[in-house]
Design a protein around this ligand. Sequence first.
Ligand code: BV8
Ligand code: ZN
Length: 240
Amino acid sequence: MRHVVVFTGAGVSAESGIPTFRDALAGLWERFDAEELATPEAFRRNPALVWGWYEWRRMQVMRAQPNAAHRAIAQLEERVGRFTLITQNVDDLHDRAGSRSVLRLHGSLFAPRCFDCDEPAALAPEIPGEPASGRALAPPRCARCGGLVRPGVVWFGESLPEAAIARAFEAAQSCDVLLSVGTSSLVHPAAQVPFVAKRAGARVIQVNPNPTALDEIADLNLRSPAATALPTLVESLSRD
Ligand code: BV8
Ligand code: ZN
């Protein structure tokens, strides 16, 4: 039975209007570098600035819709024998497009938890129009211990969820085709996944309008936006 792995980055959500990680620093945060804001140190130093950034990104995701690429990936899951979706994204657009099993390597904007005791925290209801341009917001306090609530994402310098990264490498080791969509392949250890698949003999297909570190090993490079390339690609992958 053929096993297809799809590995996605921020580029798969670009056509839903969600800025990619590098571009997610508009407005209040434009003077910051993502890699310095997405860290536990930054949150400790200025919790309201970091919490406000994540709440603004979460509100953007809630107002966005999955695009044709998310939908094509959900269709592919129904058409191939064995399928694994691995994402670096922290939005919920794959789930909303109908993907059933999503391996999240970097957590989610929709799973806030206490920084001190890990108690899951409630999500603030969407306040229409707020935060419009994004602003600093004091994070809520943990109901159990009073600690600061943090976003449920993996920050730079933090380990990835053990089970998720182990299952991602297992899938990469055992797949026939790995489709990498919309990632700059710069962030480790996630960026290793396509290389592990290649070394294990999989065919690697990349969809990205720009060159990336994966160019050298991709068997097929589709220099195209995901929402354009995926529907056709899914058709051909479903026929093989
Ligand atoms: C860890 C959640 C250690 C947060 C994210 C030096 C060398 C190697 C590694 C390191 C190093 N120095 C430090 C490290 C480690 C570090 C790392 O890799 N740094 C990089 C910058 C060098 N990694 C870590 O810290 C990881 N943890 O290593 O722990 C450890 C070990 C043991 C014990 C304790 C600790 C944790 C990394 C996780 C960071 N969290 N996200 C948040 O979202 O705020 S990563 C974040 O950036 C995203 O999740 C994504 O994965 C990554 C890249 O973001 P983008 O570039 O925007 O997105 P993407 O890569 O997906 O690129 C967009 C692409 O889309 C582009 O290529 C573009 O061309 C394309 N595109 C655009 N439009 C479209 C499109 N494609 C298709 N269609 C379109 N329409
Ligand atoms: Zn707590």
